[in-house]
Write a protein that binds this ligand. Sequence first.
Ligand code: ZN
Length: 406
Amino acid sequence: MFKHFSGVIKAKWIVPVAIPPLPNGWLRLLEGRITEVGTGDYPQVSIDLGDVALLPGLVNSHTHLEFSGLETPIGYPGISFTDWIQLVIKSRGNANEPGVSTEMNQVDVIAKGLKELTDTGTLLAGEISTPPSHYEFKKSSAKLVTFSEILGLRPERYEERLRASEDHLRSSDWSGVSPHAPYSLSPAALLKVIHQSQISGRPLAMHVAESPEERELLTTGAGSMAELLQSIGAWEPDVFPWGKQPFAKLIEQFAGLRSVFLIHGNDFNQAEIQQVAANQHITVVFCPRTHHFFRFANHPIREMLRSGLRVVLGTDSRASNPDLNLWKEVQFLLNHYQDIPPGEVLKMATLWPAEAFRISFPEMPRIGAIQPGFMGQLGSVATTATNLQHLYRDLSQADYSPVELA
Ligand SMILES: [Zn+2]
């Protein structure tokens, strides 16, 4: 990527994201930073990229790189969420067993995931990690915000994770906390994690309202998720149910935090969407292809957007998605949610997540749009379009590649 490039670049289209696409566009860079953007003929063009649309670098708001060694997702399309969790627990158990030869060790797996992010144009990702994890950034231009995952319904399980999380927040500037999910963490531990986020000012990311079974567990204390917890010996009788309005209570608990990422929100109802939308520091992460893998009911993304809620995109992991290419999530929405304006879909993968991360990390270089003051790390998509309709059709079909200038 042209980190220190100075000069003028021209392309058939510039898609600044913050404003509508510019045909026959150009941008001027100084030392890798954008200083000017325009359209029409420019006298001193350094590089003409020709028949491409230039876009900002991508921001992937939700990954678990520990699963990057998988060639195909765990389970099969349409698998029930609880069956899938069972298979994930089993695969994690196998990988950790001494003497079991796994194809790759964890360090290599994470490096592979990081390379995949870089190769597909992701500049920044929100990564759920189990510290101490090793991330090899030397060969990568992708930056990660690593959220330390805390799991456990019993103190003997979560206390150790809470200590690891404290250490993680101290040892890494680009860090946050991740109470895994309402079904896997005790409310007592959740309060402690919220406290960690509050005093550190770091962001919190939590899987919330992913499946109807989760709501059933939280409101009744029964259902297939309760059965799963019992079958793996993790059931804690005093933890569930939470009450009639579990998510309303949860969202209230996040009130004093600086920045919160609610991952999935597949099962939020209208009242919960309104409540989240009233909290500007809360962002919902939608993972379209993972959502599709489980064949969940329609995601309420349209209601979320109408309510003014900030929705951003994530790939989730290779345990539920064939790859970590965020552009494929953009294309999934462009092709399967055609009533959502394409300009909004592009913002979900660039400008909006960049803004959501900057709430906690104001010193982060500006990315996510092509406009003066922003970093010139960009991607391109082949197009010969002469109008907006054709441009968006090409974006929905052609690959995105990071722009490299020698
Ligand atoms: Zn996840």
